[in-house]
Structures are given as structure tokens and as C-alpha cells.
Design a protein. Sequence first.
Length: 240
Amino acid sequence: MPQGLVIVAWISLGVAVVSALVIAADIWLAGRRQNMWIMDIVWPVTALWSGALGLCAYRRFGRPATKAAAHQAEMHHEPPPGQRKPFWAVSALAATHCGSGCTLGDLVAEWGVYFAPGLLTWFGYRTPFHERIFATWVLDFIVAFALGIVFQYFTIVPMRHLSPLKGIWAALKADTLSLAAWQLGMYGWMAVTVFLIFHHELEKTNPVFWFMMQIAMGVGFLTSYPVNWWLVRAGLKEKM
């Protein structure tokens, strides 16, 4: 492994962790709780893969979207902050909302496989997959999908005042295509790293693995963005 790449990986991961902590502190300690409470989680998680870009996006679009700002807008009969963003930003935030479920799901699944490798046999390792990575992707998708639906449920239900069953159905319609598009981009990049760049799977304890995952999440964002643009335009996803 080139030492320069290891150093770059550590720097990228360090910047990402610091960015996530700065955002979390601004939301939870400085009292800038988001009007849509699920974004209190989405913003720091987004920074784990986007680093300084995520921090800049938070300062531009997250800080104005607090509960206090929404309350002030309501008192002055103005639209809430989320409706005053340009549509490209609304679509991007919808994609990061989906991506947060993917990010947390992949973190849980990848470390789960590391500490309990026998899990992979339940998800197709050896039968039908002869490569561990494909069974890992199955587990990644299942966990990411479950978390993505939870994230979407707690966004849609409070805003639309839906019953639990209707809320689950609305969450499925809002997040299935988006999450599939995100995971497709992520898997594509990780396939490139495993089969074309390194010619083997990287260890989970290797910082380069997580650096490649950061890039994979960025690719997932790009592949899911047009899907989220359409979902928001069609009214299937809420404006963040």
C-alpha cells in the first residue's frame, strides 16, 4: 500500500470526523436544533463521508433551518426555511437524507462482518457467491434499506400526519428508488477499487478502505441525485 495514499486516507478521515463533531456540537450544544429533527442526525452523518464540503453545506443550508427560524417564519406568515432553498439544494439534501441511512447501514454492516465473519454465510457467501464482497453487499443493502426507511418514516409521518401503516408505505415509495440508486453508485466504486485498483479486498482496519468508502458515498450521492430530484418534484419526498 503506497504510504502517500495511507497518509491521504488518514487526513480525509480526520477532517471528516472533525467536521461531523463540529456540526454535532453546533446542533446539540449550541442549540441550533433543526426544524426537521431527523436532520439533527443527517447533517453529522453526512459529514462523515463529505468532510469539509458537508460542513460548508451545513453552514449554508443547515444553520438557517432551525426550529427557531421556522417559528419566526410562521409568526411572520412566511414560508419555512426549507421552502426558500433553491431546488437543486432541496434535491441534494433529499439525497443526503437517503445517504445517511446508507452510511450508517454500511458502518454497521462492515464492522459487523469484521467482528462476526460467519454472518456472511447467511447472506450468500459460498452459496451462491464465491466472493465475500458480494455477500457483504447484500448485508449492506439490507441494513441500509432498513435504516433508510426509518429515516424517511420519521420525516414523512410528522409532516403529513399519517397512520403507521400509511407512513411505512409512503416511506417505501420515497426511499426505495433513491437508496437503490445510491447503493448502485457505491457498489460500482467499491467494485473498481477491489477488482481493478487493488485486486483484493482491503481490511476494515486499513484507513484506505474507509477512504475508498468515502469516495464511494460521494459517487452514491451523484447517482442518487437525479432520482431524488424527480422524487421531490413528484411530491413523493418531503423538502428538507
